[in-house]
Every structure is written in C-alpha cells, then in structure tokens.
Design a protein around this ligand. Structure first.
Ligand SMILES: O=C(CO)[C@H](O)[C@H](O)COP(=O)(O)O
Length: 232
C-alpha cells in the first residue's frame, strides 16, 4: 500500500468514531483531506454533523464537498477533532504545523473533548524532533524573536538551524497573518520545558508541540492499523 492509501485507511478508521449530531473539529493537511473526502461521502449517505475547520484550506475543501461548517465562535465546544500530525511519540505528544495551520489546529483541539490523530506509520517516532518544529511568530521583531528562540533552546541544550518558512520566494503567511520559523533542534527530550520556554517569548504566537491534547492516534502501516491510546 502506498503512503496515500495508508492515509486513506487511517482516515476511514477515524470515521468510525464520528456519529450523527457531533460537533467536529476538522484538521489540515493531506491526511485530514482524505478524512474530509470520506466524511463527505458519509454525509451524502445521511450522517449529520457540523464541522469547524482548522484552516482556510480545509474550509475551502469542505465547502466544495458540501460539508456543513460552523465557526468556533458559534460552536465553542466540540465533541471530537480529527487531524493529522507531522510526528507522534508513544505518549501521544505531537509535532504539528507542517501545513502551517498549527495555531488554529491547537485552538480547535483544545476546544474538543477528544482529539484523534490520523497518520501513516512513518510519523511515529521514539522522541519528537526529527521533523523541524514549526513556531508561529508575530511579524514584528522577527529577528529578535528568532534570537530569543535560539537562546531559549540553547539554555535547554538544544541548537540547530532556525529558518523562516518561504513559499514562492516570499515568507509563508499563516491564516492568522503571522510568519513561521522552522526550528531544526533535533531530538527534544523535554518537550514541556521547550514549550514553556517558547511560550515565554513575547513574539512567539504558538508552537507546534501538542502535549496532552491527543486522546488517540490511528496509525496505518503496511502491516495493518494500530490505535495508540493516551495513558493519563
Ligand atoms: O499539522 C498539520 C498542518 O498544520 C498537518 O496535520 C501535518 O502537517 C500533517 O500533514 P500531512 O497529513 O499532509 O502529512
């Protein structure tokens, strides 16, 4: 099975957790998009949900496929969010933000009773950090914020390239009108300490470490589908 098919299988399994009447957070990225396509088929067959999208990109796909949408202001408490991830560890801590939607993704996940992550098996790691950590920052004082991030990481024994994310030779701009710095710190043994240190920097809007938010991860590999449950 190729990687796209594995994403479809994880999405299909996640759909089993969706019931009529649910208020559903809908993630961003290629795996979440497979979920939206399958969800749209179920809606056509009679399922009734209202979705809160985590990005303009996801909202556009939902509109195209006829998935009914709400906003978090209209629907501030969600039953379940289904979203992808860039990395997942055995404690269900995540790195997210490869698609640039980490801020809305975190707000939506935090507003949900449950978050189920869907991914192919390549996303599972022993320790987070192989994937560069996306950090959403205010445009103002970009270089000062970058220096502060490097210094905070150094104090925790972490170092590495911090790159401004670019697209078409321009800085990538998030749905919240911010920039993203991708930090290649390598393995992050203490995710909580790094999270706290980053959030203490005024120019940091949010970062892609999701700690204690996911309730389960549905991971599809060529040897089958595994569900990793959070132990809390
Ligand atoms: O965090 C995300 C977007 O901000 C995505 O969930 C993450 O990048 C995974 O994407 P994909 O399913 O395309 O691998």
């Amino acid at each position: 099975m190729d990687q796209k098919q594995l994403k479809v299988e994880a999405a299909r399994k996640a759909l089993e957790h969706v019931a009529s009447g649910m208020k559903l957070g809908i993630g961003t990225g290629s795996t979440a998009e497979e979920f939206v396509r399958l969800l749209a088929q179920k809606l056509a067959a009679g399922l009734q949900i209202v979705g809160v999208p985590t990005s303009e990109r996801t909202a556009a796909l939902c509109r195209e496929l006829g998935v009914p949408l709400s906003t978090l202001d209209e629907t501030p408490e969600l039953d379940l969010t289904i979203d992808g991830a860039d990395e997942i560890d055995m404690h269900l801590s995540l790195i997210k933000g490869g698609g640039g939607a980490l801020l809305r993704e975190k707000i939506v996940a935090a507003a949900s009773t449950r978050m189920i992550v869907i991914a192919d098996k390549s996303k599972v790691v022993d320790t987070l950090g192989r994937f560069p950590l996306p950090i959403e920052v205010n445009r103002f004082g970009l270089r000062a914020t970058e220096h502060a991030i490097a210094a905070a990481a150094n104090r925790l024994g972490l170092s590495g390239d911090i790159k401004l994310r670019m697209t078409d030779a321009q800085p990538f701009v998030t749905d919240g009108d911010h920039f993203i710095l991708d930090a290649s710190f390598g393995r992050i043994p203490d995710t909580r300490a790094l999270s706290d240190a980053l959030l203490a920097i005024p120019g940091v809007v949010e970062h892609g470490l999701f700690i204690g938010l996911a309730s389960a991860a549905i991971v599809a590999g060529s040897d089958g589908i595994e569900t990793i449950q959070a132990v809390r």
